[in-house]
Design a protein around this ligand. Structure first.
Ligand SMILES: [Zn+2]
Length: 297
């Protein structure tokens, strides 16, 4: 997962959603089920696509070839709880299609975070697989703060990572050379995010979302190769080769690239440097005209 800067809230947004917001609050007060006008947030899809470099907030796949939508981080209409049993958390259907079988909620609340339905900070761009097949209405929060159904007066601590809020979400994960993902040791948020999005290994030795792992595999191998090359050439004092390896690694983990979060996690793990430190260690660009800035990280 990558970090992105949240797009600025358009000046007209509050005015535009005011009436719909009141209608939702009124419906809840009178015990009716609220209706939501999705056009009020979907019209801003391109704002989020630009901010997220056209990548899904969760799996980091480019959404240019997939359906995507502006999704609610905290679900607006219902909340579901994931089963504690790994067997009940679903699996990609065998047969080359990303269809999901066997994903069950252990309990459901019929009202969700309705007061956040028209909240700009509750939106992100998500691919249809992450949105409709995995995350659905699941929204893990710290057990002590959980209210069922959620209560607008009681603040909760979400465990699901948000790429707009966490400055380096990739640090909550580890990746193998085969593209398999695991939560970083001790990261409760990393584990909850993996469970919610089906990123974990299940059954043993396979991935719930095997299609995602396959797409990450080759890049994971490249990231390991260039990270190790950088370390080894640096130790041997071969600065030119080390510089080339580092430059390539930084390019692979550039913010616009698919799975850049994975590359950064591998780079930091292998080299022991933070991503920002690695970017600053790059040799000066010999070909760049004087004073010209480097591409953004
Ligand atoms: Zn996705």
């Amino acid at each position: 997962m990558m970090h992105f800067e949240r797009p600025e809230e358009p000046t007209e947004f509050q005015e535009l959603v005011r009436e719909a917001q009141h209608a939702v609050a009124e419906a809840i007060r009178s015990g009716r089920s609220p209706g939501f006008d999705k056009n009020l947030w979907q019209r801003y899809k391109s704002n989020f696509a630009v901010a997220q470099y056209s990548k899904c907030a969760f799996c980091e796949l480019p959404v240019t070839n997939h359906d995507s939508a502006v999704d609610h981080f905290a679900p607006k209409a219902e909340v579901w709880e994931l089963s504690a049993n790994a067997e009940d958390r679903g699996h990609e259907h065998q047969g080359g299609l990303p269809n999901v079988r066997g994903r069950k909620a252990s309990r459901k609340a019929s009202t969700g975070y309705w007061w956040l339905a028209y909240e700009w900070r509750n939106y992100l761009l998500v691919c249809s697989a992450c949105n409709e097949k995995w995350k659905h209405c699941f929204f893990p929060v710290e057990a002590e703060s959980r209210r069922w159904p959620p209560d607008p007066e009681v603040p909760e601590n979400p465990l699901l990572l948000n790429p707009f809020d966490d400055p380096a979400p990739w640090r909550h994960f580890r990746f193998g050379k085969d593209g398999q993902m695991a939560a970083a040791p001790g990261s409760i948020q990393g584990q909850a995010t993996m469970d919610t999005l089906g990123f974990d290994a299940f059954p043993e030795g396979t991935c719930r979302r095997e299609s995602l792992r396959l797409q990450r595999e080759e890049l994971a191998q490249d990231a390991y190769y260039y990270a190790r090359a950088f370390v080894q050439y640096s130790f041997k004092g071969k600065q030119k080769r080390a510089g080339f390896a580092l430059e390539t690694l930084c390019r692979l983990g550039g913010i616009k690239r698919a799975f850049a979060g994975m590359v950064r996690a591998i780079a930091e793990d292998v080299t022991g440097f933070t991503w920002d430190e690695l970017m600053n260690l790059r040799p000066p660009d010999q070909d760049a005209p004087p004073g010209r800035d480097r591409a953004p990280s």
